[in-house]
Design a protein around this ligand. Sequence first.
Ligand code: GLY
Length: 351
Amino acid sequence: YALRRRPGRPDGTNSDWTTSFWPGQLWLAAQVTGDAAYRAEALAHVASYTERLDREVDLETHDLGFLFSLSCVNAARLAGSAEGRLAALRAADHLMVRFLPVAGIIQAWGRLDDPELRGRTIVDSLMNTPLLYWATETTGDPRYAEAATVHAGHVRDQIVREDGTTFHTFYWDAETGVPLRGATAQGSGDDTCWARGQAWAIYGFALVHRHTDDATMLDASRRCADRFLEMLPEDMVPAWDLALGTDPTLLRDTSAAAITASGLLELADALERTGDRLDAAARYRAAAVAMLESLAAHYALVPGSQPAPLLREAVYDLPRGVGVDEGNLWGDYYYLEALARLHAPDLVSAW
Ligand code: GLY
């Protein structure tokens, strides 16, 4: 991996949104193998998240869900860690501060009084709602889950377009609650369909359905999944922006395929739970398996090669030229998660 250096932060600082995908992989390995060494190594990461909260490093973000679900909720659920539970609850409280009550959305980035960022949310945020559902489950306080559900409803209504594609981000007027406009940050244009955003939508709406049983969330996940599957090239690994088409020479985002594979398994589970549309469940499950087979056959690095992500050929942020055509931690995490789901159907979910 290219090591990302942040000005003023020494290498190894727990900052930005991706650090938890490593303890997340360790928890998956611990569950699949039962090996205590993975569990001990995963648990050791909790202290760094407590320290991040204590030192207030990069907390002004919706990404607290990715960060604290994989590291600390996992530690609480799988090892009864009291420190993990406390850190995850503190993170959920930070996320709640970002809920703008009039608009009913969780602001994605930055200070709440920043006029450029106020009232803007992002499709990825759906993946951060499970931290709030967990906080309600563990405390009995309904406020966390209520905020998550109101937020997800607004994302469903504004970020998903009529044709099942998605905006990457969307602005609301935080004072009046009026929805304003869609805009991209990492896609090729405001009206295109950034592939990883679509992947977050498929998985995120299915997760909100898991926690709420709201059929409109399942429907939103299905509409996004159907559109995604229609827009794929033959090998089922999307171009970094779906609107660019299916020319096999386009840069791919393998991480979008990995997230989608796990999301399609979640969607299939949900349809099987509700007992209707078993034909659709089988179709989504088959698509997930085909996507994983294609990743394994064409995009997985040869074991032992250096540097060693599991998957190559992802795109983080093409407009800024960051992380283009390289492996990354979240692609590896969701690839492992999807494979672990197939291997161990009773896997305890971090979400
Ligand atoms: N910030 C989340 C992503 O790039 O997908």
